[in-house]
Design a protein. Structure first.
Length: 131
C-alpha cells in the first residue's frame, strides 16, 4: 500500500492507515544509538520547528504517492519526549490550523506512553478521532 507503513482493523470494518515519520535529525539518532542515552537538549520552540519540518517533508513526499486524506501521520517521539510533550502545547496554537490544511486524516505526535493530536485549531474544539 503506497504511503502506508501500517494498517490496523477498525471496528465496523475498514482500516486505520498509518504513516510514521521521525522529526529528529538523523545525526541525533546516530548519537543516541551509540550512547544508548536519550538526551534532551532542545528548547520547546526548536522542537515545534522540528515537528513542522517533519510534517512538511512527509506531506511533500507522501502526497505524491498516495491520497493522504485517509492516512494518519504519526510523528515518532519515543526518543525525543520533548516532541510529544511539551512541544505540542506550543505547536497547536502556532501551527495547528496549518497542520490541518496539509490534508492528512489526522496528525499525531506519539511519545513513549501518550499521543497528542496536532492538526487542529486551538480556538476550535478538538476534531473527532478514532478510538
Amino acid at each position: 500500500h503506497p504511503g502506508i507503513d501500517a494498517r490496523a482493523p477498525l471496528d465496523g470494518g475498514g482500516f486505520l492507515q498509518m504513516q510514521v515519520t521521525r522529526a529528529l535529525p538523523s545525526k541525533d539518532y546516530e548519537i543516541q544509538s551509540g550512547s544508548k542515552v536519550i538526551d534532551r537538549t532542545r528548547g520547546t520552540q526548536e522542537s515545534v520547528e522540528l515537528l513542522r519540518a517533519a510534517i512538511e517533508s512527509k506531506t511533500e513526499r507522501t502526497s505524491n504517492l498516495a491520497d493522504i486524506s485517509n492516512i494518519t501521520l504519526l510523528i515518532d517521539g519515543r526518543h525525543a519526549v520533548d516532541l510529544a510533550f511539551p512541544a505540542p502545547t506550543v505547536f497547536i496554537p502556532e501551527h495547528g490550523k496549518w497542520a490541518d490544511e496539509q490534508g492528512w486524516e489526522s496528525i499525531w505526535a506519539v511519545g513513549p506512553s501518550f499521543a497528542k493530536r496536532l492538526d487542529w485549531d486551538a480556538d476550535d474544539s478538538l476534531p473527532a478521532s478514532r478510538p
